[in-house]
Design a binder for this molecule. Sequence first.
Ligand SMILES: C[S@@+](CC[C@H](N)C(=O)[O-])C[C@H]1O[C@@H](n2cnc3c(N)ncnc32)[C@H](O)[C@@H]1O
Length: 189
Amino acid sequence: MTKATHFAAEWLRNPKRVGAIAPSGADLARAITTGLSHDSGPVVELGPGTGSFTDRILARGVPACRLAAVEAGAGFAGLLAKRHPEIALAHGDAARVRTLVPFTSGSVETVICGLPLLSMPLAQVFRIMRGSFDLLGEDGEFRLFTYGPKCPLPFRIKQRLGLRSDRQSFVPLNMPPATVYTLRRKGPP
Ligand SMILES: C[S@@+](CC[C@H](N)C(=O)[O-])C[C@H]1O[C@@H](n2cnc3c(N)ncnc32)[C@H](O)[C@@H]1O
């Protein structure tokens, strides 16, 4: 089975959780992983699916021992474990990211998020963001993408966690076109 067929089959099984009918393309994978290299600190990937972003993170030189991923779909998790046995993969809900990855609080440099945040309950999105920013260091970045016109993280959650979002890039050649946003802690006023 190809990655695209595997992805579509998972979508048919659980369209809400998968949130897209096809895996992200190479341009989006390049955009969301911009700047990562062999010098990067620990990276956490949420919702890797068939591994479009995982492949690119590793191709950029991030050592496998510095990459951990959390995937809720059993089919995707099984596939990724076979394709990348060298990374720390947890099969579970990203809302428990804090306890599912082998990194300590404040030690993570980048979170790469492929989750369909817009189709999740607000409380779950809050737990995902709180857990991720607990892992991220002071200057850490949480990167996500959306097919929509604005950052998919609700204002209330940004405000409660003291975050700001910046539009990083637009990827017109993805199917569908997507925008990458970066979330960071707001500095002192
Ligand atoms: C839109 S797909 C993105 C897949 C891949 N990152 C890509 O861009 O091709 C969303 C992924 O998030 C996973 N997912 C959804 N809810 C999740 C959750 N609560 N915890 C972990 N993974 C989740 C889905 O199973 C799926 O793999």
